[in-house]
Design a protein around this ligand. Sequence first.
Ligand SMILES: *Cc1c(COP(=O)(O)O)cnc(C)c1O
Length: 369
Amino acid sequence: MIQCIMNHTKTTERVVNFNAGPSTLPLEVLEKAQAEFTNYQGKGLSVLEMSHRSGDFMAIRDQAESAIRQLLSISDAYTVLFLQGGATTQFSSVPMYFGQTGPVSFIHTGSWTKKALAEIKKFGQHTLLASSEDTNFDRIPSIDTSAIDPNSSYVYCCSNNTIYGTQFQEFPDTGAVPLVADMSSDILSRPLNIDQFGLIFAGAQKNAGPAGVTVVIARKDWIAANANPNLPLMFQYDKHMKEDSMLNTCPTFSIYLLGLTAQWLLDQGGVAAIEARNQAKAHALYNYIDANDFYTACVNGSSRSLMNVCFKTPSEALDTEFHKRAAEAGFIGLKGHRLVGGLRASIYNAMPSAGVDQLIGFMDEFRKR
Ligand SMILES: *Cc1c(COP(=O)(O)O)cnc(C)c1O
């Protein structure tokens, strides 16, 4: 199979795509979008050409929302919004909107929380609840929930650190203080108890769909309680909620692809089924890495991410050699993030088990050479 990929990657075959994001999408989703591209379900036009307020597009939007609600068992107490500006915009809009009632209790797990913190500081106070900075973010720190300041406006965390390859296995019980989570790189990878959260946001382009749409799941009463008409309009969650994400022209085609991907997930058996598959893929890869002394995993124990597997060879030169050779063989996106170096395989929902098995085969060939 590797041989076949090697021979055809430049011509006919799709590569095995380990990109961290935007990342691989299910082939079935791409093919469905392709089949419907110029003439959506016999309507005579592309989704790209539809009015965002047309009945046809509203049906697409509603399908995307209901599929996500079904996948994560989201109750009516929560709104599901499709916004623009990426997760990075949420770094600012969450503290601007929700961070005014007290300090943000902050859990620091690496560069994505660092970026969020820089924005939190622009809008208010924060207290550091936990951090793994002392060991260069190689783990999820333990969290003493009794240390949460009850006056905090919220507790902030990032569920999966895409760059360091760490992931929360369970979330802290923050009691009456709402928990906010950046789930950009692991939303829809596993079941969640949504009621534990005040707000979840995720840029879709890692694990949920294409770039251009940001999913926000938030408690309606918390949004209502923090409404502030003096904020810039696009940062007012209550207005987005009231208008069903149609405050202005929404990212129509991205929402359509997100809906197709969510439907694909339902067809796979939902998030519990995909979690089992994600565990099997990640365990196969970590087990292979642990079982020889050529490769080393960068994260150990229960902090290991099922989405982003960070590892390295005995030297930086070999790391470089590895991702170059891998790319030639049709395995792309394996270079570690520039902040941490090494190698990283992002194995999101849409990465088939066969892709991981082929990667392990390539790793073994490379090791022996
Ligand atoms: C990629 C990523 C972001 C940034 O997302 P944008 O949509 O590019 O703004 C934020 N948080 C996490 C965890 C990410 O992986």
